[in-house]
Write a protein that binds this ligand. Structure first.
Ligand SMILES: Cc1cc2nc3c(=O)[nH]c(=O)nc-3n(C[C@H](O)[C@H](O)[C@H](O)COP(=O)(O)OP(=O)(O)OC[C@H]3O[C@@H](n4cnc5c(N)ncnc54)[C@H](O)[C@@H]3O)c2cc1C
Length: 520
């Protein structure tokens, strides 16, 4: 196997990976490996924007409070404080690197989103925030920085370790069909989310939770995996694998939810009505869908003038028109879809995992800022703040490269057919012990069968299947042991929050599973 050495390897080219690479480039050479084209990932799909305290009427304390409230008791207060207080500097850095946020008369335009107490969401070109930030980061890397090499169509398969120390990665180059190893001082996992393990998801095809599985196989701690956020309003289209998101900002702008009988229902569920937190809105929609025996509800945009809607949400407007939705009638069919994983690879405040030289940032990491439920538009901020911190911390530690060569023969389990449908049915918005245990049995049956695989030309999809099996195990197992309902995790058989027993985090490693006390 070909062997390379470099100072730092970053896996993934979303906003988290690119921001980490930019930070690291000040201290050494960085190799960014990414499994599809550079711009593929959740980041470029982000519409609503970035939550940040930059308005004179806003306060750090308000943003912190909103984030903690959404997180339902499981956020780390100290990490939330870091997120909110370091956010403005990271956002202004983006502006300096050429990001065009929407500005009027020299002032940011601040939008409102669910569960925020202030208008604090900055955005770009209405609803193309992620695309614009990603563009600016790539431009900055290509024009202002020498030290970063970005290689597309390279699939990272596994980490190379010596005991508890990660020394590099094993990857497969789709173009040359070559397996190779890279040794580095530090490896940063920035592989994004895992929505593709559900049938209905807003996440792109690449979001199969690879980084979380790779870290798990290497022995890292994985935390809070039961908390999967379902976005309440994805455009209903049963034919599409990735559902198109209708941003929360549309409800923030005045749109209402109605069931298929035309009745507005959110005021019956929460006093914040359409602007309640995502878990509450998603469950209410799920409930209305089953009461009306329908696969969707309507987002009624008639309170917004159509011209205003077109100008404020140009991408959403275009997608609805392309999908044949008659916007003059004002009713957009929507249903909830898996959107964001609050859990992930457990990290400290600098992105360090439980393994030496291994860091995780962005959606694949569990920094503790989202707790049991993410506040809208906090994740791009998390990518920026914690990727910067990870880069600085890695540089400070300045470890040596440990080169090693090894033969690599991955072991797989039998793939689980219909895994996405099974996850949706049994480990979805509403969960029961019966469904969860049924799912676990299916997973265990697949895991009982070991397969060795040496046909590397087809390795990409085979690895994704293995990673999805691992993810389904981590989510299902964590959901079984949390016998309460909190944030995005709802158990019909345990419908209440139980702070006495469950104000703690469930951790799974290759060797053991345990609860960690929540101290903040
Ligand atoms: C439709 C949508 C709208 C959203 N809107 C917002 C919003 O308005 N505001 C907000 O804050 N958040 C939003 N989010 C969430 C936010 O976009 C994501 O959480 C964030 O972009 C994650 O960034 P990331 O860099 O961690 O991952 P991603 O951007 O998903 O990037 C992951 C990268 O890793 C690569 N990769 C994956 N596996 C491998 C592998 N095995 N080997 C090599 N490379 C690999 C991928 O190809 C990709 O380049 C939205 C998400 C979606 C899906």
């Amino acid at each position: 196997m070909r062997n390379e050495t470099i100072d730092y390897v970053v896996i993934g080219s979303g906003i988290a990976g690119l921001r980490a690479a930019i930070g690291l480039s000040r201290y050494g050479k960085v190799l960014v490996l990414t499994k599809a084209s550079v711009k593929t990932g959740s980041s470029i799909k982000a519409q609503g924007g970035i939550a940040v305290v930059l308005d004179e009427n806003d306060r750090f304390a308000y943003h912190i409070e909103d984030t903690l409230k959404a997180g339902a008791g499981l956020c780390s207060e100290s990490r939330v404080k870091i997120l909110v207080e370091e956010g403005p500097a990271r956002v202004m850095e983006l502006v300096n690197w050429g990001t065009h946020f929407d500005i009027v008369n020299g002032q940011f335009l601040f939008a409102m989103e669910a569960a925020h107490s202030k208008n604090r969401i900055i955005h770009a070109f209405g609803d193309s925030t992620g695309k614009e930030v990603e563009r600016a980061l790539i431009y900055h890397i290509q024009h202002d920085i020498q030290n970063i090499i970005v290689r597309g169509n390279v699939f990272c398969l596994d980490l190379v370790s010596k005991g508890h120390t990660v020394t590099g990665v094993i990857a497969f180059d789709e173009k040359s069909k070559e397996l190779f190893q890279v040794s580095a001082k530090a490896v940063v996992i920035a592989t994004g989310g895992s929505g593709q393990i559900y049938k209905d998801t807003t996440n792109p095809r690449v979001s199969t939770g690879d980084g979380i599985s790779i870290a798990f196989r290497a022995g890292a701690e994985i935390m809070n995996m039961e908390f999967i956020q379902f976005h309440p309003t994805a455009l209903y289209n049963p034919k599409k694998r990735t559902k198109f998101l209708i941003s929360e900002a549309v409800r923030g702008h005045g749109a209402l939810l109605r069931n298929t009988n035309g009745e507005r229902f959110m005021p019956n569920y929460d006093q914040r009505a359409e602007l309640a937190s995502r878990d509450i809105v998603a469950r209410a929609i799920f409930n209305e869908m089953s009461n009306t025996k329908s696969d969707f509800v309507y987002l009624d945009i008639s309170p917004i003038a159509l011209d205003d809607f077109r100008k404020s949400f140009p991408t959403i407007y275009k997608e609805c028109v392309d999908e044949g939705v008659d916007l003059k009638k004002g009713l957009i069919p929507v249903s909830p879809s898996a959107h964001f994983v609050m859990g992930g690879i457990a990290v400290d405040e600098n992105g360090a995992t439980s393994l030496d030289n291994l860091y995780a940032v962005g959606e694949s990491a569990c920094t503790g800022v989202h707790g049991a439920n993410r506040l809208a538009s906090n994740s791009l901020l998390e990518c920026l703040v914690f990727s910067h911190r990870a880069a600085e911390s890695i540089a400070k530690n300045n470890k040596k490269i440990i080169s090693s060569s090894s033969t690599y023969i991955p072991n797989f389990h039998s793939p689980l057919n219909n895994i996405r449908e099974l996850m949706q049915q049994n480990v979805g918005i509403i969960r029961t012990a019966h469904g969860l245990n049924k799912m676990l049995q299916e997973i265990e049956a697949a895991k009982a069968e070991k397969q060795t695989f040496t046909d590397f030309s087809k390795i990409f999809h085979r690895f994704e299947k293995e990673n999805m099996l691992t993810l389904s195990y981590l989510i299902t197992k964590s959901a079984i042991v949390r016998e309460e309902s909190r944030g995005a995790h709802y158990r019909l058989d345990f419908p209440h929050k139980d702070d006495t027993t469950f104000l703690k985090h469930y951790i799974i490693t290759r060797e053991k599973e345990f609860w960690r006390e929540h101290n903040e």
